[in-house]
Ligand binder design. Structure first.
Ligand code: CP
Length: 314
């Protein structure tokens, strides 16, 4: 079995192209499993995985849980609302108590940047970041890249526009690192107030005019605009955001002929994207969700394979 360069997946910054290719190639075999009548392989039999979600999630949480079950792992789900976090228990005490019950891997989503790294310092389990603060959401970017590669057969040389809250979006951040490593050209577009300081250091083309950004692009990945940013005064109104940055049918004329529309979800229909575009023939939004399971199966399989021989994916 080929190996990844790390036993954790905390982000895509600094992850070599060989690791990303290995994950995407491995995901191809698991994607095929999802089309079988019995969508299950024995690969992670005997492995126990904790899904530790301190923040809300629909797609990532269910996708990981299904991926684990389809690899025959045992799973346990943690949510803050029904745990002793409500009684003030710390993150460190929480995870060390759960690990004392003999778990092997942790999938963690947390509102604080660096929480997954913190777990690597106080646990022996393999840690997978399912979204930490405004830092990274690596499996989302991997499934985005898988979906682009599925359509074009490559990532190298494609022009991908990421539209939205560049400053706070962990999905954008992971996409930037992953896509650039794999040779894509990345353009960022959003309100100037939602751009990070020293954005030029990210090595992307930066736009505050959506029509300029879309010119000649292959892929548009549209991010959810977070309503709390409006409350904190970072953009004037949803209507103005829609007028200036919303992806509608008219704007699609600027793209290359064989363009693709993506969104990681959850969507604010009618705000950052119209329903006509989201449900249109060039949208791969639901394919992203399906592919996400295969990518997560690949990540779980490869990370666990770092620690012990697991059965080959068949
Ligand atoms: N894309 C994504 O992370 O969605 P959820 O918040 O529903 O997991």
């Amino acid at each position: 079995m080929s190996k990844l360069s790390s036993r954790h997946l905390l982000g895509l910054e600094g992850v070599p192209a060989s690791d990303i290719s290995l994950i995407l190639d491995t995901a191809e075999s698991f994607r095929e499993v999802l089309d079988r009548k019995i969508k299950k392989v024995p690969t992670l039999r005997g492995i126990t995985i904790l899904n530790l979600f301190y923040e809300a999630s629909t797609r990532t949480r269910i996708s990981f849980e299904l991926a684990e079950k389809r690899l025959s792992a045992d799973t346990v789900n943690f949510s803050t609302s029904t745990s002793s976090v409500k009684k003030g228990e710390s993150l460190r005490d929480t995870v060390q108590n759960i690990e004392a019950m003999k778990i092997d891997m942790v999938v963690v989503r947390h509102g604080s940047t660096g929480a997954p790294y913190f777990l690597t310092q106080c646990m022996d389990s393999n840690i997978i970041n399912a979204g930490d603060g405004a830092h990274e959401h690596p499996t989302q970017a991997l499934l985005d890249m898988y979906t682009i590669r599925q359509k074009y057969g490559k990532l190298d040389g494609l022009r991908v526009v990421l539209v939205g809250d560049v400053k706070h979006s962990r999905v954008i951040r992971s996409n930037i690192w992953g896509l650039k490593t794999m040779g894509a050209s990345v353009a960022l577009c959003g309100p100037a107030t939602l751009m990070p300081y020293e954005i030029e250091q990210l090595g992307c083309d930066v736009y505050t005019d959506i029509d300029e950004a879309l010119d000649g692009a292959d892929v548009v990945n549209v991010m959810r605009i977070q309503l709390e940013r409006q409350q904190s005064g970072l953009f004037p109104s949803q209507r103005e955001y829609t007028n200036l940055f919303g992806i509608n049918k008219e704007r699609l004329k600027r793209l290359r002929k064989n363009y693709t529309i993506m969104h990681p979800g959850p969507m604010n229909r009618g705000v950052e994207i119209t329903s006509e575009v989201a449900d249109g023939p060039r949208s791969v939004i639901l394919e992203q969700v399906t592919n996400g399971q295969a990518v997560r199966m690949a990540v779980l399989y490869l990370l666990r394979g770092q620690d012990e021989g697991v059965e080959d994916a068949e």
